[in-house]
Design a protein around this ligand. Sequence first.
Ligand code: B12
Length: 211
Amino acid sequence: MSDLQALYTAVLEGNAPAAKEVVKQALDEGVNPEDLLQKYMIPAMDEVGRLFEANEYFVPELLISARAMKGALELIRPKLVETGAKPVGKVVIGTVRGDLHDIGKNLVAAMLEGGGFEIIDLGVDVSPEKFIEAAKEKGANIIAMSALLTTTMPGMKTTVEAIEAAGLKGKVKTMIGGAPVTQRYADEIRADGFSDNASGAVRIARELVAK
Ligand code: B12
């Protein structure tokens, strides 16, 4: 039986090979992929954030932890999909313009994929035009935006406004999230949904497609 606490430590210490190894072994043993994410990987990244804020970790440590997280997530993503039901909707997702943080966005994308959604991931630094173009082209039900910087959050407002201006309001729902984002901000910019975590994102997305 794999030592799952080692996954927490591997992400915390930025040990990508160890993180992948534990995940591989755990998945082979039939451990629920969502448990690996929720109980070990996300708490480890939360701790990385706390250490950064306490000036105990600096940008290099963040980057290597992020790399370990990404590597492990790549192994988990296909498993999350396998456990999901049939496609329930299409989501275009990305981190807004000027923002390069993608760990939360990737988690949300993986959870949505696991929850049965088809995901069109536009990556980071995504302009309002790119979001809209992709949503139109792919016939998406939802545009999901992530922002981790207070300076890039306005990109969400601009995108919601561009959706309204394109006459897509109601046809394409918007969902936002990221550490500085709140329900209040979502209401203020007329976004259709908000969640402060990846599991909540799946619930909200389901509600939005059902409306
Ligand atoms: C890792 C990290 C980085 C890494 C990013 C690596 C990567 N590939 O993502 C690197 C080192 C590159 C980085 C760079 C910078 N960073 Co940084 N970074 C962080 C850190 C420590 C953790 C972020 C993270 O990954 N958290 C873990 C994930 C799982 O959490 P999450 O993103 O919040 O996502 C969850 C929810 O918010 C939600 N969610 C997220 N997206 C979405 C989307 C939808 C639709 C929904 C529904 C939900 C949802 O679900 C997710 C899962 O639960 C935070 C500190 C913190 N506590 O947040 C600072 C932080 C965000 N960074 C900060 C800063 C200032 C920067 C830099 C400007 C630093 C610099 N001087 O260069 C640059 C900016 C670069 C840029 N242009 O984007 C500040 C932002 C301050 C502010 N208020 O604006 C923070 C808060 C640190 C701090 N306290 O100062 N950073």
